[in-house]
Design a protein. Structure first.
Length: 226
């Protein structure tokens, strides 16, 4: 007696391949959409003023990339040696921009597809963006003396003449003895602090969503080191 063999089409159904990436419903992917939008907003804010400084010869504004824009009162117009314009490095801002771009791309991918690798990449890139933005803030804060010097007044007679002319025209105030002055004010702006706060929150959200992948990655790295 010959027994018939069941065809593959009528046999037991195989389960889904665990290596395949499943499509993520919108209800699960919205945190990654929020991470992508938040980091895009940070990239936009990086072109806004992150540092401001006021001096006798004007007002200075610096963005996250270290670009200085001055509004001068021309006190040093006839000076032989005007205050130098300090060069502020943009290394940390460039690194932060790269990390933000990677975060946005990976977050958009993770919002659509359920993939441990993409989720882990999003978390790592978001954490790197927060670290680089923090380093950029520290770098800009250390560059405050350079920005103040760029809007300061020279010490020669020409600068004094410019200051006197400005006082007569009403555009500046002459520093009479005993008169208080608060011209040399500098510091980080609220825009810079808000941008940093956004990167920290984004990194926290991405890290919580990818905690399993991060745990596996940590164990794998520790196993190789130990």
């Amino acid at each position: 007696m010959v027994q018939s063999t069941p065809s593959p089409s009528t046999g037991a159904q195989h389960g889904p391949d665990p290596k395949r990436t499943a499509t993520r419903p919108l209800s699960e992917g919205w945190p990654y959409i929020a991470v992508a939008l938040a980091n895009s907003a940070v990239f936009y804010l990086m072109f806004k003023p992150w540092l401001t400084a006021t001096g006798w010869d004007g007002f200075g504004v610096v963005n996250a990339f270290g670009r200085l824009r001055r509004t001068t009162r021309h006190l040093n117009l006839w000076s032989q040696s005007p205050p130098p314009v300090g060069i502020i490095s943009n290394t940390w801002a460039v690194l932060a921009s790269v990390a933000i771009v990677i975060t946005v791309v990976a977050a958009i991918r993770a919002s659509r597809y359920r993939s441990s690798a993409t989720e882990t990449l999003t978390a790592i890139a978001a954490l790197a963006a927060a670290i680089f933005v923090a380093a950029d803030l520290y770098h800009l804060n250390a560059a405050i003396p350079k920005v103040q010097l760029a809007v300061s007044m020279s010490k020669d007679l020409s600068a004094q003449l410019g200051l006197a002319i400005g006082a007569l025209r009403g555009t500046t105030e002459y520093p009479w003895p005993g008169k208080e002055s608060q011209l040399r004010v500098a510091g980080l702006t609220s825009t810079a602090l808000i941008a940093f706060a956004i990167t920290v929150v984004s990194a926290a959200v991405a890290g919580l969503r990818a905690r399993r992948g991060l745990l596996r990655l940590t164990k794998a790295v520790a196993a190789r080191i130990l």
